[in-house]
Design a protein around this ligand. Structure first.
Ligand SMILES: NC(=O)c1ccc[n+]([C@@H]2O[C@H](COP(=O)([O-])OP(=O)(O)OC[C@H]3O[C@@H](n4cnc5c(N)ncnc54)[C@H](OP(=O)(O)O)[C@@H]3O)[C@@H](O)[C@H]2O)c1
Length: 276
């Protein structure tokens, strides 16, 4: 059995996941890098086959880790996808993928790894997004999935207080990873299959969304990894850590009166003057 504190990171092949795995390893943790496909890391990182949407895969991963360490210091749920597009045009299988990866995935990982977390006096770190607190148009499926993750985290925090297991939510700002290109490719594929007439109705929305997204300047992954590792290492972690770029959307908008918030969102995304 290992002497170092052990941490599992899901979505370890992603931009934020990879940076987090590397930083945790540099900080001296034994790191399990959960990956559903091929993954290569520096020596000392243990690649763990893990598809968060497959309960058998998650159970097998937990069994392997239980055979190698006495307990876990932290589980970082970073695996995630973005399903974008007007809700009228999001197909059922894309909706399902969104919720299965972003909401049910962490729930399954947490359920299977809780005995190890409890044994290791560990903590749970869920990577959410500002969309979990402020629903964004054209990102409705993502917003619903992250709002679900927020709710799950809040309920779990109270349930696990009996064992003093902290449940932390991380809110990255817009960060430079492949997640947006992947979302765009999946959305383009979905639009190809959708009814032409209904797609036509949303041309203005789609153009406004593209323009608005172009204004976001994504921040570096290392900044997010720093915040995640701070949450992993803190003696008394906070409930929530927002990376600087997320603060406007995630911290200020939820406090505004709903009508003002809707109006600000519609204006900033250029949806206020659409007249299809
Ligand atoms: N980037 C941002 O601006 C941003 C902002 C706010 C929140 N976040 C959140 O940060 C987290 C990490 O995102 P990222 O930007 O690093 O995205 P990314 O680079 O696209 O990485 C996503 C990771 O999730 C993994 N994944 C997808 N489906 C999976 C499944 N079924 N089982 C296991 N792993 C799966 C991917 O694995 P494969 O390589 O096998 O697909 C990849 O490792 C996500 O939860 C995201 O919502 C990101």
């Amino acid at each position: 059995m290992t002497e170092e504190r052990a941490v599992l990171v899901t979505g370890a092949t992603g931009g934020i996941g990879t940076a987090t795995v590397r930083l945790l390893r540099r900080r001296g943790f034994t790191v399990y890098a959960g990956a559903r496909g091929r993954a290569e890391f520096e020596p000392g990182v243990r690649v763990l086959p893990l598809d968060v949407t497959d309960p058998d895969s998650v159970a097998a991963a937990a069994k392997r880790v239980a055979g190698e360490v006495d307990g876990l210091w932290a589980v970082v749920n970073s695996a995630g996808v973005i399903v974008q597009g007007p809700l009228e045009l999001v197909p059922a299988d894309e909706w399902r993928r969104q919720v299965e990866v972003n909401t049910l995935g962490p729930a399954t990982v947490i359920r299977e790894f809780l005995p190890l977390i409890r044994a290791g006096h560990g903590r749970i770190v869920n990577v959410s997004a500002a969309t979990g607190r402020v629903a964004m148009p054209l990102l409705g499926a993502l917003s619903a999935s992250k709002a679900g993750l927020e709710a799950l985290s809040n309920a779990l925090r109270l349930e696990l207080a009996a064992w003093r297991i902290p449940v932390v939510v991380i809110e990255p700002g817009t960060t430079e990873t492949e997640i947006f290109a992947r979302a765009r490719a999946a959305a383009d594929a979905a639009l190809q299959q959708a009814d032409r007439e209904r797609v036509g109705l949303y041309q203005g929305h789609l153009a406004a969304y593209e323009k608005a997204m172009g204004r976001f300047k994504p921040g570096p992954v290392d900044k997010v990894a720093d915040v995640i590792v701070r949450a992993v290492e803190a003696r008394r972690p906070r409930r929530r850590y927002a990376v600087a770029e997320a603060r406007t959307l995630g911290a200020i908008l939820p406090k505004l009166p709903p009508a003002l918030r809707d109006s600000l969102l519609a204006t900033s995304l250029g949806l206020n003057h659409l007249n299809p």
